[in-house]
Design a protein around this ligand. Structure first.
Ligand code: BES
Ligand code: MN
Length: 455
C-alpha cells in the first residue's frame, strides 16, 4: 500500500509544486488589516483543494480570520482518527527590500521554494494534504480517518481558535493530534518535539510630560521618558542574561537527568547558533546548555522600543512619552497571569520619580509538554526513522504554537509534533524558504505515520 502511495507522490511531484506555489502566492498575513481579503482567499483555496481531493470541507467564519475544517471518514468507525493541525496565515513579509525575490511571488531555485509562509506553515501542512491525496488517489482509501483543522490566526496568537476548539469538541474528536510546524535537526537527523514554550506579550508606556517640550527651554528640569524607559528595562536582566525579576523563575521546571542527556545528544553548538542567526556570540544563562536555554528556560525580550523624534536631521525636544513591546517565552508550569503580575510589580518598582508607567497585557498562552512515550509518538518515531534513515532525537522547541495547550485541555489526546522544516528556513525573516526535499520527505513521513499509527 505504502509503495503505491509513494510512487503516486513521486509521479505527481511537479503538479504538487505548482499547487504549493499558487497557495504561497496568496499573501495571507494575519496581522495586517489590509490583507483581510487575502486570508479569506487562502481559506477558500484550502477548502476548494480539500473538495477536489474528495474530502468534505467547511470554512467557519470567526471574529477575525476563518477556520478551515475538512474530514475523510471512509474507514470503519473503530479505526483511529488523526486530527492534523496547521495554519494558513503567515507573518508580515517586511522588510521587503531584503528579499531576493518578492515574498508573494514564489521562486523555485537551488532546490528550494522561496516565499513567505513556505516553511511556516503552508509547505508543512501542504505535505500532509498531499499524503492524504496520494492515499485516496492511488489505493483509494486511507489507513485511518483523517480530520484537518487549518486556522488563519496562529501568527497573532490564535485568539479565535481556543473558543472554536472548545465549541467544536465533538467535531474534533480524535485519537491523536498531528502537527508539523517546526523543524528537523537535518534531513539525516529527524527530531520529535515534545515541548513548546508559551508566550506572554505586553506593551509599556512611560509618560513624563503633558506634551513634547523644547529640550533647551526645559532640558535639565524634567524627566526624559526614553531615559526612564531605558533604565527600567535595564533592571530586568543581569550581564549574563538572567532575568532579575523577583518570582520570575518560581514555577520553572528543572529537567530530569535523562531529559538533559537527550538534549545534549542534539549537540547544538555555538557555531550552529552563529551560522543560523549571524549572532556575534552566544549569550544567556551560562549554567545551561544552548538547547536548554532555548527549550527549557523562560525569557524576557524587548521586541521593539520607540519614542521621540527619529526622522532626518535634528529636532530638539524632550518627548512626552516612550514605548516598548515586550514578550516573554514561558516554560511548563509557569502561569501566564502570575508571571504577568511579577513583571508588572517589578516594572512599577523600577519606575523613577517623575515618570508614570502604563502596562498593557496581552492574552498570553501557556507552554505545552507532550508525552514522549505515547503510542502516537512511537508511531511518529517509526515513521521518522523509515523516512529520514535515523532514529529521531527528542527536543524542546523554543517557539510557541498557542493552540497546543488548548488541544491538551479540551481534546485530552496525545499530540505529535513532527516538524518538516529545517533550522535555516528563515521563518519570520526575509527569504523564507522550504526545501523541495523537505516537501518530498514530509509527504513520505506523513504517509508512513498514517499507516504506523494503526499499530
Ligand atoms: N512555527 C512557529 C512555531 C515554532 C517556531 C516552532 C520555531 C518551532 C520552532 C509558529 O508559527 C510561530 O511562529 N508561533 C508564534 C506564536 C506567537 C505569535 C503567539 C511564535 O512562536 O512566535
Ligand atoms: Mn510562525
Amino acid at each position: 500500500m505504502l509503495q503505491q502511495v509513494l510512487e503516486y507522490a513521486q509521479a505527481n511531484r511537479e503538479r504538487f509544486l505548482t499547487e504549493l506555489v499558487n497557495y504561497l502566492a496568496i499573501p495571507s498575513v494575519s496581522a495586517q488589516p489590509e490583507h483581510e481579503r487575502d486570508t479569506h482567499m487562502a481559506a477558500l483555496w484550502l477548502a476548494e483543494h480539500f473538495h477536489k481531493l474528495g474530502m468534505s470541507a467547511e470554512v467557519f467564519p470567526t471574529d477575525r480570520h476563518p477556520v478551515v475544517y475538512a474530514e475523510w471518514k471512509g474507514q470503519h468507525s473503530q479505526a483511529p482518527t488523526v486530527l492534523i493541525y496547521g495554519h494558513y496565515d503567515v507573518q508580515p513579509a517586511e522588510p521587503f527590500e531584503l528579499w531576493l525575490s518578492p515574498p508573494f511571488q514564489p521562486s523555485v531555485r537551488d532546490g528550494y521554494v522561496y516565499a513567505r509562509g513556505a516553511s511556516d506553515n503552508k509547505g508543512q501542512h501542504f505535505a500532509h494534504i498531499k499524503a492524504v491525496e496520494a492515499y485516496l488517489h492511488s489505493v483509494g482509501t486511507l489507513p485511518v480517518n483523517v480530520k484537518f483543522l487549518v486556522e488563519g490566526e496562529e501568527e497573532i496568537g490564535s485568539p479565535s481558535l481556543s473558543g472554536f476548539v472548545q465549541q467544536h469538541r465533538k467535531m474534533l474528536e480524535c485519537d491523536c493530534v498531528l502537527i508539523s510546524d517546526s523543524a528537523l535537526r537535518s534531513l539525516h537527523q529527524p527530531t520529535l518535539t515534545y515541548g513548546l514554550r508559551g508566550l506572554l506579550d505586553l506593551e509599556v508606556t512611560v509618560r513624563c510630560l503633558g506634551r513634547d517640550v523644547h529640550s533647551g527651554h526645559y532640558g535639565g528640569a524634567v524627566q526624559n521618558p526614553i531615559m526612564a524607559l531605558a533604565k527600567i528595562l535595564a533592571t530586568t536582566k543581569d550581564d549574563h542574561g538572567r532575568v532579575c525579576i523577583a518570582g520570575f523563575y518560581d514555577d520553572v521546571r528543572t529537567l530530569a537527568e535523562d531529559e538533559r542527556a537527550e538534549l545534549a545528544r542534539l549537540s547544538y553548538t555555538e557555531a550552529d547558533l552563529q551560522r543560523e542567526t549571524g549572532a556575534r556570540a552566544a549569550f544567556g544563562e551560562p549554567e545551561f546548555m544552548l538547547a536548554e536555554r532555548i527549550g527549557a528556560r523562560p525569557t524576557f525580550e524587548v521586541n521593539g522600543i520607540w519614542g521621540g523624534y527619529t526622522g532626518s536631521g535634528v529636532k530638539t525636544i524632550i518627548p512626552a512619552e516612550a514605548h516598548a513591546k515586550i514578550t516573554c517565552r514561558l516554560v511548563p508550569h509557569q502561569d501566564p497571569a502570575k508571571v504577568a503580575e511579577v513583571i508588572a510589580a517589578h516594572l512599577r518598582k523600577a519606575t523613577p520619580f517623575g515618570a508614570e508607567l502604563e502596562i498593557r497585557l496581552g492574552r498570553g498562552s501557556p507552554a505545552a509538554l507532550v508525552d514522549r512515550h505515547s503510542p502516537a509518538m512511537q508511531a511518529a518515531a517509526r515513521a521518522a526513522q523509515a523516512t529520514y534513515g535515523a532514529p529521531p532525537l527528542f527536543e524542546l522547541e523554543g517557539g510557541s504554537i498557542p493552540i497546543v495547550a488548548d488541544f491538551q485541555r479540551y481534546l485530552s489526546k496525545p499530540i505529535v509534533l513532527l516538524g518538516f522544516g529545517l533550522p535555516d528556513d528563515s521563518i519570520h525573516a526575509p527569504n523564507e524558504r522550504f526545501a523541495l526535499a523537505c516537501l518530498d520527505k514530509g509527504i513520505e513521513a506523513s504517509a508512513r505515520f498514517l499507516s504506523e499509527v494503526t499499530n
